[in-house]
Design a protein around this ligand. Structure first.
Ligand code: UDX
Ligand code: ADP
Length: 455
C-alpha cells in the first residue's frame, strides 16, 4: 500500500486528504500538523473546520486509511508522496511586508522533510506559492548528501470554501506541474494515478512547474477581478439608477463573458484572493513589470473602495450620524456556508462603523467565535447574538453582509415591528426581496440598485 502524507491539517489539507482517502482505498493517507488541538479535533466529532459533507467522509475513512497525528518525523520517514499544505500568509514584516508571501512555514517544512527522510520522496506543493518556489524547495531538499532523490511537483488546489467537498469530488480540472525530466515525468504519473481514481483523465492537466504555480495565482486574480469589475459597475448603477443585477444578467448571457462570479457585493473576502493578488503584484514588481503590478493591484484597491462606499452610504442615509445607533450585522463569514472570517468584508465594515461610534450586534450562524476574535479591540461596543430576531430587536438598521440562505426567509414583519423607526435595511449581498421589505415599511438600500424609501 502506497503511503501519502500531508503536512498541514488546515482548510486545504484536511478536506483534500479526506477525499483522497475516500476515493483511493488502496492508499494510506496520513495528515500531520504542529497544532495538537487541531489534530485532536480532526479525530473528534467537532471538526476544526465546517464544510458541508466533510464530516461523513472523515467518519467513513478515519482510522481505516485516514490518520491524523503530530508525529511529523515518523510520518515523513514512511511516506512515498508528501503533500505540503502549510500556511503561506502575506508577510507582515521586512522586505515585501504587506505583499510578498511569508515562506517561513514552508521552508521549515522543507528542512524537516530533508532531515527525516531516508528514502526517495515525491514532494507536492499544495499551498499557493510564488512562482519558482519549487526551485527553492528543490535546492533545500537536494542540499543533503544522503543520495536521496526528491522530486518536487506543483499541484495547486482550486477548491472554494463552503463547496470544498463538491469541488474535490468533481473538479473542473486538476493541475499537476513537474519537470520534463525522466524522474519528473515519473512523479507526475504517480500523482495522475491518484487523481484518476475518480477524476476523468482529460480533466487532469499536466504542465511545467512554473506554469502550474503561476496558474493558481492567475486563476484567483481573474476571479477576484470579475468581482471588482462588477462592484465598480455597482457604483455606476448607484449613480445612474441602472440596476446591477440586470447588467450582470445582460452581460453574463454573452457566452464569452459567462454568468458566474458577477454578483455585486460588499466586496470579496477569504484567505486567498487578496493574498494571492498581492503575491502576484509583488512578483511583477520583482521582475520590473511595474505597470502590470499596478494593473492587478487595482483589483484589491477597488475591493477596499466598495467596503468604504457601503459604510459611507449607511452613514449618509442615516442622517449623517450613526453615533450610539444600534446596527444589526447579519452575517460575518466571508461567504455563506462557512464559519471562516479571514479577510471577511464584515471585519472592515464593522471596524469603520465602530470608529463612527455605532453600537453593533453581530449575528452569524457559524462564524461568531471568529467574529469575537476579529472584533476583540471593540468589546464594549459590540454584542454577539446568534438569533437574528434578538440581534435586530431595537435596532435602527440592519445590514446583510453574508448571503446566508436563512436570512432570505426571516419573518421581516416581526423584525420591522421590533425595530426603531424609520427602519433601514442595507442589503450588502442583494439577496432579499426588496419590494416586499419596502411594503412592510423598511427603507431598503441594495447594492447597485435604486433604493426604495419612505422618507
Ligand atoms: C477562492 C477560489 O474560488 C478558489 O478557487 C480558490 O482555491 C480559493 O479562493 P474562496 O475564497 O473559498 O475560493 O471563495 P469564493 O467562492 O471564490 O468567494 C470569494 C469571495 O468573493 C467571497 O467573499 C464571496 O462572497 C465573494 N463573491 C464571490 C462575490 O462577492 N461575488 C461573486 O459573484 C462571487
Ligand atoms: P490553508 O487554508 O492553506 O489550508 P491553514 O492555516 O488552514 O491554511 O492550515 C495550515 C496548517 O499548517 C495549520 O494547521 C498549521 O498549524 C500547519 N502548519 C504550519 N507549519 C507547519 C509545520 N512546519 N508542520 C506541520 N504543520 C504546520
Amino acid at each position: 500500500m502506497k503511503n501519502i502524507l500531508c503536512i498541514g491539517a488546515g482548510y486545504v489539507g484536511g478536506p483534500t486528504m479526506a477525499v483522497i482517502a475516500k476515493m483511493c482505498p488502496d492508499y494510506e493517507v496520513n495528515i500531520v500538523d504542529i497544532n495538537e488541538d487541531r489534530i485532536q479535533r480532526w479525530q473528534s466529532d467537532d471538526l476544526p473546520i465546517y464544510e458541508p459533507g466533510l464530516k461523513s467522509i472523515v467518519r467513513e475513512t478515519l482510522n481505516k486509511n485516514l490518520f491524523f497525528s503530530t508525529d511529523i518525523a515518523g510520518n515523513i520517514k514512511k511516506a512515498d508522496i508528501i503533500f505540503v499544505s502549510v500556511n503561506t500568509p502575506t508577510k507582515t514584516f521586512g522586505i515585501g511586508a504587506g505583499k510578498a508571501a511569508d515562506l517561513q512555514y514552508w521552508e521549515k517544512t522543507a528542512r524537516q522533510i530533508l532531515e527525516y527522510s531516508d528514502s526517495d520522496k515525491i514532494v507536492v506543493e499544495k499551498s499557493t506559492l510564488p512562482v519558482r518556489t519549487a526551485q527553492a524547495m528543490e535546492r533545500i531538499l537536494n542540499s543533503g548528501d544522503e543520495g536521496i532523490h526528491f522530486e518536487v511537483l506543483s499541484n495547486p488546489e482550486f477548491l472554494a470554501e463552503g463547496t470544498a467537498i463538491k469541488d474535490l469530488l468533481n473538479p473542473d480540472r486538476v493541475l499537476i506541474g513537474g519537470h520534463g525530466t525522466e524522474t519528473g515525468r515519473k512523479a507526475v504519473a504517480e500523482l495522475v494515478k491518484i487523481y484518476t481514481h475518480w477524476v476523468d483523465s482529460e480533466r487532469v492537466l499536466t504542465a511545467n512547474l512554473w506554469s502550474s504555480e503561476l496558474s493558481k495565482l492567475v486563476a484567483n486574480a481573474f476571479l477576484a477581478q470579475r468581482i471588482s469589475s462588477i462592484n465598480s459597475v455597482s457604483a455606476i448603477c448607484d449613480a445612474t439608477e441602472a440596476d446591477v443585477s440586470e447588467v450582470s444578467r445582460a452581460i453574463g448571457m454573452d457566452s464569452r463573458i459567462g454568468k458566474k462570479f458577477l454578483q455585486a457585493s460588499v466586496g470579496f473576502g477569504g484567505s486567498c484572493f487578496k493574498k494571492d493578488i498581492l503575491n502576484l503584484v509583488y512578483l511583477c514588481d520583482h521582475y520590473g513589470l511595474h505597470d502590470v503590478a499596478n494593473y492587478w493591484e487595482q483589483v484589491v484597491l477597488m475591493n477596499q473602495y466598495q467596503k468604504t462606499r457601503f459604510v459611507a452610504r449607511m452613514i449618509a442615509t442615516m442622517f449623517n450620524t450613526v453615533v450610539d445607533k444600534r446596527i444589526a450585522i447579519l452575517g460575518f463569514a466571508f461567504k455563506a456556508d462557512t464559519g471562516d472570517t479571514r479577510e471577511s468584508p464584515a471585519i472592515d465594515i464593522c471596524h469603520q462603523l465602530l470608529d463612527e461610534h455605532a453600537c453593533l450586534t453581530v449575528s452569524d450562524p457559524q462564524a461568531l467565535d471568529n467574529a469575537k476574535r476579529d472584533l476583540a479591540d471593540y468589546q464594549d461596543l459590540v454584542t454577539f447574538e446568534v438569533d437574528p430576531y434578538l440581534a435586530t430587536e431595537n435596532s435602527h438598521a440592519l445590514a446583510i453582509l453574508t448571503e446566508w440562505e436563512e436570512y432570505i426567509n426571516l419573518d421581516y414583519n416581526r423584525i420591522y415591528a421590533s425595530m426603531v423607526k424609520p427602519a433601514f435595511i442595507f442589503d450588502g449581498r442583494n439577496i432579499l426581496d426588496h419590494d416586499q421589505l419596502f411594503t412592510i415599511g423598511f427603507n431598503v438600500y441594495p447594492i447597485g440598485k435604486p433604493p426604495l424609501t419612505h422618507i
